[in-house]
Design a binder for this molecule. Structure first.
Ligand SMILES: [Fe+2]
Length: 144
């Protein structure tokens, strides 16, 4: 390859790298769930580990609403409650320093896996955990 073609190839590669970096920045998500524990000790959308086929029914769905400047967080796990055989055990909500902000235990005989938390006065990343008695611990993150 002559010098001119080589420099053209280098420029094209640099342009592709720039596009790729921009793409990553645009898809940046709330919080940082990445660790050596992700995909085994806890599961995420990006790394559902051995339960990848179960992700849609286990990832906690986080909805933030603000009324008069007060934030409320509603957490739903789109999972059935099949008595004590198979159910969502609990939700937990943590701030970005991993302080526990709220916890809801579910009775599989009468509850739906839905919980709400008042997070007035807090702004930052929230980590939301949902625990299934058969399919482990799932975590989502959201910013309020
Ligand atoms: Fe499950």
């Amino acid at each position: 390859m002559d010098r001119r073609k080589f420099m053209g190839a280098v420029a094209a590669g640099a342009a592709l790298t720039t596009v790729a970096k921009t793409g990553v920045a645009e898809t940046k998500k709330a919080g940082n769930l990445t660790s050596s524990f992700e995909g085994s000790f806890y599961l995420t959308k990006e790394n559902p580990g051995r339960w990848a086929a179960k992700a849609a029914g286990h990832l906690p769905v986080v909805e933030v609403s603000k009324v008069d400047g007060k934030s409320t967080v509603k957490v739903t796990t789109p999972h059935g409650m099949h008595g004590y055989e198979h159910y969502i055990v609990k939700h937990q909500l943590f701030d970005e320093k991993m302080n526990l902000l709220g916890e809801t235990m579910f009775d599989p005989m009468k509850d739906a896996p839905v919980s709400s938390y008042d997070v007035a006065g807090y702004s930052g990343v929230l980590y939301v955990m949902s625990v299934c008695n058969k399919h482990d611990v799932w975590v989502s993150a959201e910013t309020v």
